[in-house]
Design a protein around this ligand. Structure first.
Ligand code: SAH
Length: 382
């Protein structure tokens, strides 16, 4: 394949991240898939999210808030509703995990601008590791916050105490996963090393004995030989922290992502570049790597931290119950025929069963004794 420079890919100099990972493997031996993925996305100098803004039609992928303003608006109104249902606390930390370009937060703040008591209670916190994206978020929110700045954090740990509203859209799918494979001798971890012949990264199986079986849920352990199971230790740790924070201070989190409602075998790690799938190991740092979110594991971790977990429900049913069709009808009234067609296409994309509506799911976490959040009323108390 020809590259942008006109050279065949095989003759291009290796990226700095590829060199770094090969050096690491030469020194440390094979690394876990999580370690490879963590460097590919988050290496402090060469990581995929660290070096550039990858979003939108001209970038590698598009997310719900980038598809339509309606997504952030509805989440913003959901936040205001949740705040009111909590008795309108005087101070509320609105925290977004992995805010990307900041589009969701901008739209959420704009949609709630006509609710001054809610807005006055808010303190906006952005948990974001990428300096490039922090800068984008700052620009995006400048007018919404009337010159005020959000507070940025590397992790939830530094967000001050107090009631919380937490939003995470397509955040958990970007956290590094470990992969395990069932062999005739039991489960072993998949590792990444360098093929001595081709010089390319490849997947190998860990031959060292280790306590792997305990990491696989009993239901999954009996899968046939060749099955793959993925776990995301960072997601579990963050969900447990979040659960503990919500249990201590009250509040609600809404987690939107693509994934499966229950832990299950299946290989889901994928690479995406310029809106097309690419091999995961080919050019680390140049493609987005994501994996399906295991919502059962997230819910269990949050419950272990002390929170209630609701759902997941599908993104389609969540957005429909928040009124996306009504909002679209409202926007259509002031739209040109072309804009009206775009609005309809966006609704279809966000809630259509064969698009994001079913694959994407929404999990809510609440502090003790809180009622069902909007969009989850039909579910039993957890
Ligand atoms: N929520 C946005 C972006 C999703 S992409 C949207 O819907 O458009 C994932 C985001 O998470 C990016 O902003 C990325 O820089 C950030 N991110 C990835 N790993 C992170 C980590 N460990 N801690 C904080 N932010 C992280």
């Amino acid at each position: 394949m020809a590259s942008e420079s006109g050279l065949p890919e095989s003759e291009l100099p290796e990226s700095e991240l590829t060199e770094h990972l090969k050096r690491r493997i030469a020194v440390e031996g094979p690394v876990s898939v999580a370690s490879f993925m963590g460097d590919a996305l988050g290496h402090p100098k060469f990581g995929y999210y660290i070096t550039a803004d990858r979003f939108g039609a001209a970038g590698d992928f598009i997310t719900a808030p980038e598809i339509s303003q309606m997504f952030g608006e509805l989440i913003g109104l959901w936040c205001a509703h949740t705040w009111a249902a909590m008795g309108s606390p005087e101070r509320m930390n609105l925290v977004e995990l992995g805010p990307g370009r900041g589009t969701l937060m901008r739209d959420a703040l704009r949609a709630t601008a006509m609710l001054p008591p809610f807005r006055e209670a808010l303190r906006v916190h952005m948990v974001e590791t990428s300096p490039v994206l922090r800068a984008r978020q700052g620009e995006m929110l400048a007018s919404a916050l009337q010159g005020g700045e959000p507070v940025w954090h590397d992790s939830l740990a530094t967000v001050p105490d107090g009631p919380l509203l937490v939003i995470a859209n397509e955040f958990f799918d970007a956290l590094p996963i470990r992969q395990f494979e069932k062999t005739p001798h039991g489960w072993t971890e998949r590792l990444v090393d360098v093929d001595p012949e081709s010089g390319n990264f490849r997947i190998i199986l860990d031959r060292r004995p280790g306590p792997v079986e305990a990491l696989i849920p009993a239901r999954v352990r009996i899968s046939p030989v060749g099955s793959v199971f993925e776990i995301c230790p960072a997601a579990t740790a963050i969900a447990r922290d979040l659960g503990a924070r919500l249990a201590a201070s009250g509040g609600t989190a809404v987690i939107v992502d693509y994934g499966h409602p229950r832990s299950a075998a299946g290989e889901t790690l994928q690479g995406v570049r310029r809106h097309a799938f690419v091999p995961v190991l080919d050019d680390p740092g140049a493609a987005d790597l994501t994996a399906h979110v295991d919502f059962e594991m997230l819910a269990d971790a949050a419950k272990a931290g002390g929170a209630g977990a609701w759902g997941p429900v599908t993104q389609g049913s969540f957005l429909a119950s928040l009124g996306i069709r009504e909002r679209a009808a409202q926007l259509r009234q002031r739209a040109t025929p072309k804009q009206a067609a775009d609005i309809d296409a966006a609704v279809q994309r966000l809630i259509g069963e064969t698009e994001m509506g079913t694959l994407f799911k929404v999990l809510a976490l609440t502090g003790p004794g809180q009622e069902a959040p909007a969009g989850f009323e039909s579910l039993a108390q957890p």
